[in-house]
Design a protein around this ligand. Sequence first.
Ligand code: ATP
Ligand code: MG
Length: 399
Amino acid sequence: METLLIKYSEIGVKGKNRYVFEDMLVKNIKSALKVLDGESEVRKAQGRIYVNYQAEEKEEAISALQKVFGIAWICPVSQYDRLSFDELKEAVLKHVEEEFFRNSPQTGADSEVTTFKVSCRRVDKAFPMTSMEVNEEIGGALLDAFPSLRVDVHEPQIVVSIELRPYDVNIYSKSYEGLCGMPVGSGGKAMLLLSGGIDSPVAGYLMAKRGVSLDAVYFHAPPYTSERAKQKVVDLAKIISRYAGPIRLHVVNFTEIQMKIYEICPHEELTIIMRRYMMKIAEHFAEQEKCLGLVTGESIGQVASQTMQSMLVTNEVCSLPVYRPLCCFDKLDIVSISEKIDAYETSILPYEDCCTIFVAKHPVTKPRLDRIKKSETKLTGVIEELYRKALETVEIIDL
Ligand code: ATP
Ligand code: MG
C-alpha cells in the first residue's frame, strides 16, 4: 500500500472544535474512496490525515479525493517511523528517484525536473540536526546522486519536503490540488431549487463547498415538460452529489398551479407569481427536511425575474433565508465553474423548462409587491387545493 498526505484548508485555523471538522472530513474521505476497487484506509494522526491505498489505484484515489471539499493539497508521501540521518538520506534519494528519475538516475533522461530545493520541518526536537543542516546535507546528497539537478531556493521546480515528527517521518515532493472549502455536513443543510439550467447546479456546488449538505426540489409541468427534461435534472443532481454527498430530490408537479396562474393573473406578472409559489413550496419541503435555508441560482440582472425588485418580491413569501451564491457572478464565470464540475454538457441539453413555457413576452422587471399581492388575491379559493395536491403528489428520488 502507498500513502497520501492530506493537507486541509480552512479547518486548520479552527480552534477548539477543529476535531469536529476533521472527523467530518475523514468520514467524507472514506465515503469518496468507496469508488476504489482495492482496500483503502484513512488515518488521523497528530492533526494530519493520511490515506492508504493500493499502489495500482493511485490515479483513482487522487481523483476521488479531488472531489472532497475541505482538502487543499494531496501529497503522495514516503512514510517511515523514526530514521537516523543516514537512513533519512537513503529514503530521500529513493523517493526522488522513484518520483522523478524512474528510468535513468544518472542522466535524468526521463525527467523534466532540473531545479529543486529541500525544505525540512523538524517537529521532533530529538533529531540531532537542525532543519537548516538537514536541508544542506540532503541537498548535497541529491546533487551528487542526480547530476542533472540544480538548487534553486527561490523558484524551484520541485520542493522536496521532509517532515521529522516524533512518531513518523514524511517525505514528499508532489502536490495535487484539492477543492479547498469546508467538509460537507459541517455547515448544516439547505434546499436547492434545481432547474435543468446552468446556474442552479453551480449554486448548489458552491454551497456544498462551504460545508452545506443539500436536498433539492425540481418543478416540472408534464405534459408540457418531458420525461427527458426531468431525467436531465436527475442527472444534474447526481453530478452535484459527487461533491455534495447524498441528495434527496423532490420532484413537484407544478402544471395545475401554473395553468391556474396563467388563466387568472396578468401575463406580465406570471413569472413572478409562479416563482413566489415555487419558493413557498420549496420552503415547505425545506422545513420538512430540516433545512436551514433555500438556495437558488439567481444572479442580479440576468433576466427579468432576477432584478433586485423581483427578488424582493419573490423573497417575501419565505421565512427561511434564501442564499443566492451566484448573485454577483457574471454568466461567463458561472459557465466556467459549470464546466469544471462537469455539469455543463448536461445543463445545455435543449430540453424544455417549466418557467419558459408559460413565459410572457414582456414580463415586469420592476414588480411592485402590493400589485402582485393584489393579483394573487384572485387565486384565493382556487389555488389552495392545487397547492395541497402539488405537495401531496411529490415524487422523492434519493441520489
Ligand atoms: P438556471 O440556469 O439555474 O435554470 P436561469 O438562469 O434559467 O437559472 P430562472 O429560470 O430565472 O434562471 O431561475 C432562477 C432560479 O430559480 C434557478 O437558478 C433555480 O434555482 C430556480 N428555478 C427555476 N426554474 C426551476 C424549476 N423548474 N425547478 C426548480 N427550481 C427552479
Ligand atoms: Mg432555468
